[in-house]
Design a protein around this ligand. Structure first.
Ligand code: SF4
Length: 237
């Protein structure tokens, strides 16, 4: 076993599966303590948190998931938020000495005791999102890999898009007009994702090999971002 454990999130592992993957970019991300320009609008965290509260409330109240989640099949419960925190949701792959971590949006429990791993997206579903599908596929399979290795059998994976309802029938709908402001609805679109746990160990080995390189490898030929960085560095000297 290599001496220093490498910690990597399932989402970052997904970047290795992208056709546009750049070894240099990933080597820098794996070695840097922090990177600039990593801000994320907090509204999405609020919507994600609210989404979970609504769904958990409905499951607890009715003992089953709402009808708009029925394509997932029967659901009888969910794992608690503390079980899904990245400090607890992890697995050390001994062969590569990579600690795979994650913070799944939700994991549902089915009546037969298996688990469904869910990632929520606040966005309209478009074919364009296919470009990112290798990341999402790997991220969800990474979560499933951790679940299976820590004693939780997984029977399915899904992306659940919550599409904002912004047409006239919605913005002119009287119940959406409130004394203190307005309400906006979201409609669920479910995209099942193939369960492929065997895809994870090769990526863990690949991450380890990349991390162990003593210096950053060459970047992608003709990358405009790299040219822009060189130009910024030139202006700054
Ligand atoms: S070539 Fe592009 S993707 Fe690779 S390190 Fe440079 S900026 Fe990043």
């Amino acid at each position: 076993m290599t001496s220093e454990p490498l910690r990597i999130s399932a989402k970052t592992l997904g970047e290795l599966a992208m056709p546009t993957f750049c070894q240099r970019c990933q080597w820098i991300k794996l070695h840097a303590d922090s990177l600039p320009f990593q801000g994320f609008p907090s509204i999405f965290s609020s919507i994600d948190s609210y989404t979970k509260k609504v769904i958990h409330h409905l499951i607890e109240t009715h003992g089953q998931a709402p009808d708009w989640l029925s394509p997932l099949g029967p659901v009888s419960g969910f794992l608690s938020g503390s079980d899904l925190h990245h400090s607890r949701y992890k697995f050390l792959h001994a062969e590569s000495n990579v600690l795979l971590t994650g913070a799944p949006d939700d994991i549902f429990i089915t009546p037969n005791g298996t688990h469904l791993v869910i990632d929520y997206k606040t966005a309209k579903f478009t074919a364009n999102q296919d470009k990112l599908s290798p990341i999402y596929r790997t991220q969800l399979n990474g979560y499933a890999y951790i679940a299976e290795q820590t004693g939780r059998p997984v029977s399915g994976l899904a992306l659940v898009y919550f599409e904002p309802q912004t047409d006239e029938e919605h913005f002119s709908h009287k119940p959406n007009h409130r004394e203190s402001g307005f309400a906006m609805g979201f409609s669920a679109h479910i995209l099942p994702v193939e369960l492929n746990l065997a895809s994870i160990p090769p990526l863990l080995r690949q991450a380890r090999e990349l991390y162990d390189q003593p210096a950053a490898p060459a970047g992608r030929e003709g990358c405009k971002d790299c040219q822009a960085i060189q130009e910024l560095l030139r202006l700054n000297t």
